[in-house]
Design a protein around this ligand. Sequence first.
Ligand SMILES: Cc1ncc(C[n+]2csc(CCOP(=O)(O)OP(=O)(O)O)c2C)c(N)n1
Ligand SMILES: [Mg+2]
Length: 280
Amino acid sequence: MRAFQLAIADEYHNQKMRCPVHLSIGQEYWLPLVKKFFQKTDRCFSSHRSHSMYLALACDPESLIAELHGSAFGSLQGLGGSMHLKELDSGLEASIPIVGSSIALGVGSALSAKHSKNDVLTISYFGDGACEEGIFHECLNLAALYKLPILFICENNSYSCNTHYSNRQTANDMTRFPLSHGMTNFKINNFDPYLFIESTMEKCFSLARDRPVFLEISSYRLYEHCGHLIDLDRGDRTYDEYLYYQRIDPVNQMLSIYPNLKNDETIWKKYYIDLIRKYE
Ligand SMILES: Cc1ncc(C[n+]2csc(CCOP(=O)(O)OP(=O)(O)O)c2C)c(N)n1
Ligand SMILES: [Mg+2]
């Protein structure tokens, strides 16, 4: 996922990818685990930051690259672009750029699963900014009341576009919302040991087949909100903040422990750049 996104970031300036891109470089550490605990009949509704979710579930980087180029070989024949990714066979039902939509659609899907008495778990994936939408609070209420089989995954990168949480909310803790509905909730962050992250996610996926569960995942977006640059010139975040999170970034940590992986990253990045060349 990291190599894929670095390749996009490197090549985007050529203006051959004509749709906006919301990279999640710095936020990928938990996403491969979604594939591990997601069952064949489960359903996922994603936000606009959907590349990594698509890679995790659909596992098809070439169709994503084609889609970003508006190619007929893209996952949506080039008609959807980066923010509308879906792949029904893998359970990625939709990615929706209207903030909060993945929550409402997810709850609808979970309600239908409950009525059908099947074993379908729905994942609703969204950001901390979506917690400021009214629909978020209505949906949490309904999911708690009806005990719907849904896992809310809130990826908290502390920013909504360029606005820090401190200018938007009274606390950087999204679990206070599910708590007020008596909903089971968990938190993981980029400092946690991998085994803890894995076991927490396993628990979430298992419990949510029965009742709603809320998982807050703290992470940090190293690139700009939308685009291929590192936007330190905007003044919305400090260089020190960026350097701190770059240092503790789980992928960078892993590369410092296992330097040989840097070779793999380079090889994969080159592979993705070659694919980009194929479709541009
Ligand atoms: C209803 C709605 N309002 C505003 C926007 C503009 N918008 C696009 S992304 C975004 C920020 C969302 O922040 P967050 O939910 O934290 O997700 P992140 O981008 O950090 O992953 C906003 C406000 C939108 N797409 N939809
Ligand atoms: Mg955010």
